[in-house]
Structures are given as C-alpha cells and as structure tokens.
Design a protein around this ligand. Structure first.
Ligand code: GLC
Length: 483
C-alpha cells in the first residue's frame, strides 16, 4: 500500500471510530450498548434503540480494543431483561428469550430500561436470534478477558440454561434444527424464511457450542448432555440436507417423489420442478457450493443467504471442504455477491409474482433492495472472519478495498440497492452503527487473524466427532462436496 493510501485509510478509520463513539448509550452513567443508527435526518422509529444483534458487531470490536466494560455492562443489563418465570400466556415473552432491542427512558429524573421482545416491532416479529447472539457475546467476552468466572456466576449460568432450554424444548416437529416464524433474525420482515432458515441454524449451532464451553458441568449435567446430543445431529442434518453443489443438484434433478418409510432418499419430498435447476446449473461453479436457505417438507429454498453461510464456516458447522466450496463460490460469483458493495444479504432477489406473494408486496423489500437482495456492509466482518478461517484472506482484502472509499463518502449507510449494490438504499439510514463497527472489525480481523477465536470455533470435541461422522457418512452418500 502506498503511503498516501495508508493515510487515507487511517483517516477513514478515525472517522469510523468517532462515529462509533457517538452511538454509545449510557445507563446510570455506564456505557451499555450502541444505538442502531445515529441519523438525525430520518424519523428514528426504533433505530434509536440498542439492538442485541446489531450490538454484536460493536461488542466484538470493543473487545478487540480492550473496551471490555461496555460489553460486560451490556451482558449484565440484558440478562436482567430476560424473563425468568415460566408462563403460558400469549402476548408475553417466553422464559429465556432476549429482547430484539431496548432503550433507556427517563421518568422523573430516574432512568429505566424499556425492552422490546417483538411486541412493538414492525410486524410484531420474534427476535429468535437475540438470545443466540447473547450467548456468543458472553463467550466472546470470556475469550477476550480470560475471565471465565464472569459467566460462571449463578445468574449467568441460569441465563444460558434458560436459553438452551427454550431452544431444545420438545416441540411438534422432530428435526434437530430450530423451527421459527418468518422474520426471526436479521431479516426481520416477511421474506419466506419461516421454518428452518439457515441463518438461525448457524447461530443456533454456534451458540450451542458456546453454551457448552460456558456451562459449568457439575451444575448442568443434564443440559450439557442435551447439547452433546443435539450438536452432531444438527451438524449432520445441515451438512447433508442444506448442501448444494453440482453433484447434489444432479441428485436432486433425478429425485423420485412420494417415497415413504426408512429407505427414502428424497427425505423431504423435494420436487425437482420446484428448484430453479437451469439457473443453478449455470450459477454453480464446478468447484464450489453453498448451504441452502431453508429446508422443510417439499421445500428447498435455493437462495444464497450470506450470514448463514458465513457463520457456518466460522463455527465449523460446514465441513472444511464445504467451507472452501462456499469461498470458491463467493470468488467465482463475485459480481453477484460482492459487486460494488460487500455483501448481498441474499441472492437472487425475489421478483414479480414471487415478490408480491412472498413479501406481501412490501415496498421496502422490492427486488434488489433491503432484505430482498440488498447489499449490507455489516456482512463484511463475517466475510473477513470466514476468509481468515479458510485461509482466503485475499478475498476479504479485496472486499474491504471495494467498500472503504464509499462507506465514508456515503456516510456509513445501512444498506445498498441494485444488482451490484451501486445505489444507496432507498430507505437506508446513515451512520448505521453496525456498518461502522462491521467495517472496523473486518479490518482488524484481516490485520490480525489471532482475533478469530473471539467468534470462531474449532472442531467439535473429540467425543462428539465420531457420532457426527456416523451421521455424515450416511448422509453425504448422495452428494460429495467439492474436492
Ligand atoms: C433493520 C434490520 C435489522 C436490524 C435493525 C436495526 O430492521 O433488518 O436486522 O437489527 O434494522 O438496525
């Protein structure tokens, strides 16, 4: 890099830090989180709140920079918001849930925290991902500070336990994956991702792994056993049923339908005609593939969702070969997935009748905008982490180079529109905190890969591997990932 470029890059980073500082929220004099956006030009709606999922990006960069107090305060205060009592009423958050967001309100000079579990959110969506991000942050805090005693305190152990119980509770379905309503994660609007969306499954897997590390075994033997039981099943299920590459597409293309019983190959009764196989045949590189967006009864959502795929790499939910395959795909389909602004939230967009039916004609989610194929700079840090994990750091560097000049010039907008992400999002906020934090974090991860363990995981513990392999052997038989 030329000296001039270094100076410019430093200037951009300084400005990003300044903006990040401005977004910090204080409660009773202590920093406890960051606003979703510090944009005075638009009506705040709920962007003046601290979102749990948004704060994850800020928290990681604060931890890297030794600003551990804000993360600690956040973890303590949000833990107090988590409902602890079992209750069976509608319109009340379930025991163990974490809020989507919260804000500090002042009444008669006294400060309070007001949480939103989805009961105020647009479309009343349920923030399933909040409790998963919360566990990941608690673990990141432990890794960064080496203070494992913090998470060992009884109230934290109870908090983790309640989340895991909520996730592992018996339900009507028997899948190892987590069944959720539409809009239960970063995509918090109707986008046809109800059921078993990849984003939730990747976060679920990572947070179970984090919980397993944090739970004190002597006090939680039953729950640790339940996690150990679920992890290999979940892992094998995703690796088998979500994976799409050219071999798998071939298998799907020739699937028989209506198979009953134990010998069924097409377990979910996927009808080949529901899969856009001609487009996929053109789009899939010879060496490369990805994890599908969603799998359920006669449902295989073949859209590429970035967060789920990248977190699957980071958490080792995907196999090593699959992880390399996903990175190959990103490289080969650079124009589609990175384009002029990293990175597409999903690809391709829903268009025409499909857009109308699936999104409910949502004007914010028109094709190639917002959640429907928009480009979100925050995803850059997950791309960087996945690139570090797979030794493909060059890809992350290229992406950062694409984004860097525009982010500052465009005032750190929330998302971009258009097939290549050249347009500033129609209703995009400026000074969106996770855009700022995501950029800084991506740069730090690339600069110093030793930060990856904050969010990354190694192989499953040895005693679980054999079980995972058993399931994998049965499953991958229909499709071998790229060599
Ligand atoms: C939008 C995003 C959501 C984010 C929130 C606050 O609703 O879809 O993922 O948490 O804004 O930034």
């Amino acid at each position: 890099m030329q000296l001039e470029d270094l100076v410019t890059a430093k200037g951009i980073e300084d400005e990003a830090w300044e903006a990040l500082e401005k977004s910090i929220v204080y409660y009773q004099g202590r920093p406890i989180g960051t606003l979703a956006a510090y944009d005075v030009s638009l009506e705040a709606l709920n962007y003046d709140q601290v979102f749990v999922r948004d704060f994850a990006s800020s928290a990681l960069i604060f931890l890297i920079k030794g600003r551990t107090d804000i993360v600690r305060n956040f973890l303590e205060e949000t833990l107090k918001l988590q409902p602890k009592e079992r209750q069976l009423d509608a319109y009340r958050p379930a025991r163990g849930l974490m809020p989507a967001s919260f804000k500090v309100v002042s009444i008669d000079g006294q400060e309070y925290i007001e949480a939103d579990f989805g009961e105020h959110a647009i479309a009343r969506v349920t923030p399933v991902d909040s409790c998963l991000w919360w566990i990941l942050l608690l673990r990141a805090y432990a890794v960064a500070t080496k203070d494992y005693c913090f998470a060992s305190q009884p109230e934290f152990q109870n908090g983790i336990r309640l989340i895991v119980e909520l996730c592992l509770a018996n339900r009507f379905d028997m899948y190892p994956t987590l069944l959720v309503p539409d809009g239960a994660c970063m995509i918090d609007r109707r986008m046809g991702i109800f059921g078993h969306p990849l984003e939730i499954q990747s976060l679920f897997y990572a947070s179970l792994r984090a919980a397993r590390e944090l739970l004190v075994y002597e006090m939680n033997q039953d729950i640790v056993a339940a996690i150990d039981n679920r992890l290999p099943l979940l892992c094998a299920h995703i690796r088998q049923h979500y994976w799409i590459d050219i071999n798998r597409l071939n298998a799907i293309y020739r699937f028989k339908g209506e198979e009953y019983g134990k010998t069924a190959v097409n377990l979910f009764n996927i009808y080949a005609d529901s899969v856009p196989y001609y487009e996929l045949d053109k789009w899939l590189p010879t060496k490369g593939g990805y994890l599908a967006g969603n799998v359920g009864p006669s449902q295989l959502d073949t859209r590429f969702f970035s967060l789920g795929n990248l977190m699957a790499i980071i958490s080792e939910l995907a196999t090593e070969e699959q992880s390399q395959g996903i990175m190959n795909l990103i490289e080969e389909r650079w124009d589609n997935l990175i384009g002029d602004m990293p990175m597409k939230i999903c690809f391709p967009a829903l268009e025409g009748e499909e857009y109308r039916i699936v999104t409910g004609c949502d004007p914010k989610n028109i094709p190639w905008s917002y959640h429907n194929g928009g480009s979100w700079p925050v995803l850059m840090w997950m791309l960087a982490a996945a690139a570090v994990k797979t030794n493909r750091v060059d890809l992350a560097k290229r992406a950062i180079e694409v984004a860097q000049p525009r982010l500052k010039q465009d005032e750190w907008v929330e998302y971009y529109d258009g097939k290549k992400g050249r347009l500033i999002g129609k209703q995009s906020r400026k000074y969106q905190t996770w855009t700022i934090a995501g950029f800084l974090l991506a740069k730090e991860l690339v600069k110093n890969p030793a930060h990856l363990p904050l969010i990354g995981f190694d192989q499953l513990p040895q005693e679980l591997v054999s079980r995972a392999c058993e399931f994998e052997i049965n499953s991958i038989a229909v499709s071998s990932p790229p060599a």
